[in-house]
Design a protein around this ligand. Structure first.
Ligand code: BF8
Length: 515
């Protein structure tokens, strides 16, 4: 298999994105298609126009993201046999936001489980021959944002905090240098915390085991237990490619299917644990409750220990010589530890222009270096809150200082960002949508990033997307979104792929607020 690795890499490098799909100009909702809407005024076989198709594609992405976050929350609740109570969470929605939603004709799910009905409805209405009204479809994207935010992000984060504790501010270690060639390395990758927490508990009895985290599970393990965060989405393959990982344990979301082939090229044992996240060539160790999770964690550690004998010692030498420089970051912030009062005062006294939340993924198609540099410059005028893979990106460049850049955790922890915005607005006695709060997803990859963007839009934040193709490819859709944000919320939509241009745009357009 190891001989096939260069061929696999070449095939991926040569993979070209479809020009129609890249701009969301492709409809695949029925078997008369696919229809291509690249030419102006194109009409599909069924009569659908481009604005309908682009809107439907966007809603389907938002629904996919909401399904992932609500699914994450539900898995947690099932694991703890806990009943769903969103009453406390929904009380956090300010009355003025509820009024805006009411004016838009949007109602929030009232009964337990109704969020899943909303997701089903979004998929139903975007299937062939249901909604033909592109503006209503766009409105549903905002509705999916609400479902994602309160029944996904908030519910998952609050449940995690209830059972595993709220993170505390600390100094932590981030990047591949945390892999230890002298120990048994177990990488825990994915999003849900249940198995990761069980492994942390079990690993305490095995001093030769070095636990490391990947992706959002990595962000959570770092924030709660100071387990080093080895890699974000983009670097997950690099973790295995060190040849030093005895077990790569995955659950769900953002797990590259390539790991299956990649682990075969090395001695790494790939272990899946989610009932929906199966992989080829993997050992599957599912669990349903704490007792079973402990047993699965013990078995994983045993498997990793046994597998160490299969590691090639050449990789140890290579790693020691080429070990990346250690990066230390300040992290573990929540809405209770971010200096909300100071932020509010600084906004009121015109010491800063506002707060930018840089969320979501690190897409290799984007100018990541340029974005990091742009936010570094913007941090002179704005506080920067960050989560997910962008937080890792900032950390690996030494920017997570806990003074201007605040790491608030994984992607579901974006509810903490929303809480910071809400608390600042309460302190200043202003509505969220009257304050300079911008949420930026400069390099989105997943459907979850679209749902998160829609959530922050729905609570009155301005939104920046560094991926115009899906949002602004069709001028009718782009203008509708811009006017909904402007007329309904009084906020802005920035669609910009150029870091320098965006940075200049913000500095020119945004002056200090007059409170
Ligand atoms: O939820 S930032 S690539 S790891 S989707 Fe995935 Fe994007 Fe990374 Fe976690 Ni979030």
């Amino acid at each position: 298999m190891i001989q096939e690795l260069p061929a696999m890499i070449n095939a991926r490098v040569l993979q070209k994105q479809c020009r129609a799909g890249d701009r969301s100009f492709c409809c695949k909702e029925c078997l008369m298609g696919p229809c291509n809407f690249s030419i102006n005024n194109s009409i599909g076989v069924c009569g659908a126009k481009r604005e309908l198709v682009v809107s439907r594609n966007m809603l389907r992405m938002a629904a996919g993201g909401a399904a992932a976050h609500c699914g994450h929350a539900q898995e947690l609740l099932d694991f703890f046999s806990a009943s769903v109570s969103t009453e406390k969470i929904l009380k956090l929605i300010p009355d003025y936001i509820l009024r805006i939603w009411k004016n838009l004709g949007i109602e929030i799910p009232a009964k337990p489980g109704e969020q899943f009905r909303e997701i089903t409805d979004a998929l139903h209405l975007t299937s062939m021959g249901v909604s033909g009204d592109y503006a209503d479809v766009l409105k549903w994207s905002i509705r999916m944002g609400i479902v994602d935010g309160y029944f996904g992000l908030y519910l998952a984060t609050n449940t995690e905090d209830k059972y595993y504790g709220k993170p505390k501010v600390k100094s932590g270690h981030l990047n591949l240098s945390c892999i230890n060639p002298d120990k048994i390395n177990i990488a825990v990758h994915g999003h849900e915390p249940m198995l990761a927490e069980a492994i942390v508990k079990q690993a305490k009895n095995f001093p030769d085991v070095n636990l490391i985290g990947v992706c959002c599970t990595g962000a959570s393990l770092l924030a709660r237990h100071n387990i080093p965060h080895a890699a974000h989405f983009l670097l997950q393959e690099d973790v295995v490619a060190t040849g030093l990982i005895e077990a790569m344990v995955v659950d769900s979301q953002c797990i590259m299917p390539s790991l299956s082939d990649l682990c075969e090229c090395f001695h790494t044992k790939l272990i899946t644990t989610s009932h929906i996240g199966k992989m080829q060539n993997a050992l599957h160790l599912p669990f349903n409750n704490e007792e079973e999770a402990d047993a699965a964690a013990f078995k994983i550690i045993e498997t990793a220990i046994d597998n160490k004998a299969n590691r090639k010692t050449d990789f140890e030498e290579h790693f020691k010589v080429n070990k990346p420089e250690e990066k230390h970051v300040i992290l573990g912030f929540s809405d209770e530890t971010v200096p909300v009062e100071k932020m509010a005062e600084d906004i009121a006294q015109n010491k800063v222009k506002g707060v930018i939340a840089v969320v979501g993924c690190a897409n290799p198609r984007s100018d990541l270096k340029g974005w990091v540099e742009a936010f570094k410059i913007l941090s002179k005028d704005y506080y920067i809150l960050t989560t997910g893979c962008m937080a890792f990106e900032f950390g690996s460049k030494g920017l997570l200082d806990g003074e201007r850049f605040f790491h608030l955790g994984s992607c579901v922890n974006n509810s903490r960002v929303a809480e910071v915005f809400r608390k600042i607005s309460v302190k200043l006695n202003r509505q969220i949508n009257e304050l300079p709060f911008i949420v930026s997803a400069p390099a989105p990859i997943t459907e979850k990033a679209v749902a998160i963007g829609m959530f922050f839009t729905s609570i009155g934040c301005s939104l920046h997307i560094g991926e115009p193709a899906r949002f602004a490819s069709d001028p009718i859709v782009a203008n509708t979104l811009i006017s909904v944000l402007h007329d309904t919320f009084g906020t802005k939509l920035y669609v910009n792929t150029d870091p320098l241009e965006f940075q200049k745009q913000l500095l020119i357009e945004h002056s200090f607020v007059q409170l």
